[in-house]
Design a protein around this ligand. Structure first.
Ligand SMILES: Cc1cc2nc3c(=O)[nH]c(=O)nc-3n(C[C@H](O)[C@H](O)[C@H](O)COP(=O)(O)O)c2cc1C
Length: 202
């Protein structure tokens, strides 16, 4: 494997939020899931679970259910109704308009079980970290295939809504979703100083 090419892939990936409408081939979505599944995970327990939404009506059902929850949250926080509607519509459109969506879940079913709260919380953190690595594999391989992708955290705010809408098992806890499609925008997010974020001890 060419290290320079790998670094270039990592550095040129950007969150792409607008797509040109071309469908994402099924075999590519499976390949993305395979990449996710080969991520490292705590104790190799593979706590990730995925729901793939290729059908627009299924994406709409999820987006609208989450949107209703989002609207309630915004109004409860005092956001004016018009602004709340604008934000909800934007969120719904992003999910509906993406040709494919992968909803990412965490399951604690195979993780170690602890009686005490501290170890339970740490085990959960390890599961969350593992799931995040799986998503990064999706984002990078999508980019390598010329696909755009974006992590959306919306499901994290309403895991019960996601579970009920998609009828997934009770232990599947929604963490995020990834929108996928062929890019209709070029993104150029930069990074702040690396040196400011490193303490290097010889
Ligand atoms: C945990 C996490 C949550 C994110 N949630 C959202 C989101 O809800 N909506 C969104 O548009 N982008 C979201 N993003 C994408 C980030 O905004 C993006 O990665 C960041 O701005 C850097 O830009 P880049 O990915 O183009 O380099 C999220 C990324 C991460 C890792």
């Amino acid at each position: 494997m060419d290290a320079a090419e790998t670094l270039r892939l990592i550095k040129t990936r950007r969150s792409v939020r607008r797509y040109d409408g071309r469908p994402v081939p099924t075999h590519l979505v499976w390949e993305l899931l395979e990449a996710a599944h080969w991520a490292p995970s705590a104790h190799n327990r593979q706590p990730w679970r995925f729901a793939v939404l290729m059908d627009v009506e299924r994406r709409r059902a999820l987006a609208e259910a989450m949107g209703a929850h989002f609207r309630r949250d915004l109004l409860a926080a005092g956001v004016p109704e018009e602004e709340a509607e604008r934000q909800v519509a934007r969120s719904v459109a992003r999910i509906v308009d993406a040709p494919a969506v992968i909803v990412v879940f965490l399951s604690m079913a195979d993780m170690d079980q602890y009686a005490d709260a501290k170890h339970r919380a740490l085990e959960r953190t390890m599961a969350v970290q593992s799931v995040a690595l799986a998503v990064q594999n999706i984002l990078l391989l999508a980019h390598a295939h010329g696909l755009g992708a974006c992590w959306m955290c919306a499901p994290l705010f309403c895991p019960e809504v996601v579970r009920e809408t998609l009828e997934v098992p009770a232990d599947w806890e929604a963490q995020a979703l990834v929108t996928l499609g062929y890019p209709a925008e070029v993104r150029t997010r930069e990074r702040d100083s690396l040196a400011d974020r490193v303490r290097w001890y010889e």
